[in-house]
Design a binder for this molecule. Structure first.
Ligand code: PMP
Length: 314
């Protein structure tokens, strides 16, 4: 769909996957006016095709568009485009338990702009690709590296929204960590270099005693839809959940650590390395993260009652 600034989006149509034609002066290419989202469609055991909270992706894109001076589609337009894309690609939605159709909504400034100002035209599009389970049953827990040299973003920046500009800066620390055998990077806040923020594309939680804690989203951390859902599920299961500043020292002393995101759902962390020190956490059976994983994925595939009204049939 296309939009001219201050106008509503024109209805787009389904087209075969292919290249875009863009002006070299497009706002997205020169000034990074781009936002993306990620959601997935799954096949339930009873044959239903299900989306998980697509309205939350729509709302997050609208908040991002406001921050980046972009025009965004309505919640209805967004959800409708996601549903249509999933339906048109339904033969690519894997069998139950074998993965999902990852759906990528993208909003970009396509209008040409030379001086620094918002583009006058925006394009909203959705594409999709089948993906396997990010972490297969029995996959080894993650080994994370706490990086105190590079930061994802800073206070007042765009870290709280899903701007394309947040992702290229994490490639270097991520590749370095992978070269050293780590699964991913934990970022610290850039002011005190003391509080944990998140992982390259996941949120992070710690468990100590019977309390689950996760960093509060203070504009530097992406407010994950999985994060939010896990907080609700955990509270309903009787856990105490705190959203607050979490110091890296607490991370090192936690009983259990896990990450959340659309792709990973809930992933157990096996070890953290920080300042040359490595700590290993509880893994195996009976973990809080396993309990939360089962409940979340159960809801997503229509196996566990969805009292929250999170799943949407397509
Ligand atoms: N943090 C970052 C930086 C991300 O890119 C993502 C993935 N969208 C997340 C956290 C997790 O968010 P969600 O649960 O909505 O996928």
């Amino acid at each position: 769909s296309k939009c001219t600034k201050n106008n509503t989006f024109e209805q787009g149509q389904l087209v075969n996957y292919g290249n875009l034609e863009l002006s070299p002066a497009a706002g997205v290419l020169n000034y990074g006016q781009g936002l993306f989202e990620g959601t997935k469609a799954v096949r339930g055991e009873d044959g239903r095709l299900l989306l998980f909270r697509p309205d939350q992706n729509a709302i997050r894109m609208q908040i991002g568009a406001e921050r980046m001076c972009m025009q965004s589609p309505s919640i209805e337009q967004f959800v409708d485009a996601v549903k249509q894309t999933a339906l048109a690609n339904k033969r690519w939605i894997p069998p139950p338990g074998k993965g999902s159709l990852y759906i990528r909504p993208l909003l970009i400034g396509t209008g040409p702009i030379l001086g620094l100002s918002p583009a006058h035209e925006y394009t909203f599009l959705v594409y999709a690709s089948p993906v396997g389970n990010y972490f297969k049953e029995g996959t080894a827990p993650l080994n994370l590296y706490v990086n105190n040299e590079f930061h994802r973003t800073t206070r007042g920046g765009a870290g709280g929204v899903k701007s394309i500009t947040n992702y290229a800066p994490v490639l270097k620390p991520l590749l370095r960590a992978k070269e050293q055998g780590f699964s991913d990077v934990v970022y610290l806040d850039s002011v005190h270099k003391k509080y944990i923020e998140e992982v390259s594309s996941c949120n992070i939680f710690i468990v100590k005693g019977d309390v689950i804690s996760t960093p509060s989203t203070v504009g530097t951390i992406l407010e994950g839809i999985t994060r939010k859902s896990i907080i609700d599920i955990a509270r309903d299961l009787g856990y105490k959940v705190e959203e607050r500043l979490v110091a890296v020292d607490e991370l090192m002393e936690a009983d259990e650590v896990f990450t959340t995101g659309t792709a990973v759902t809930v992933a157990t962390v096996g070890s953290i390395t920080y300042n040359g020190r490595r700590v290993a956490y509880r893994t195996g059976d009976g973990l809080v993260s396993q309990n939360l994983f089962k409940r979340l994925v159960g809801i997503q595939v229509g196996k566990v009652e969805d009292k929250y009204n999170w799943i949407v049939d397509i």
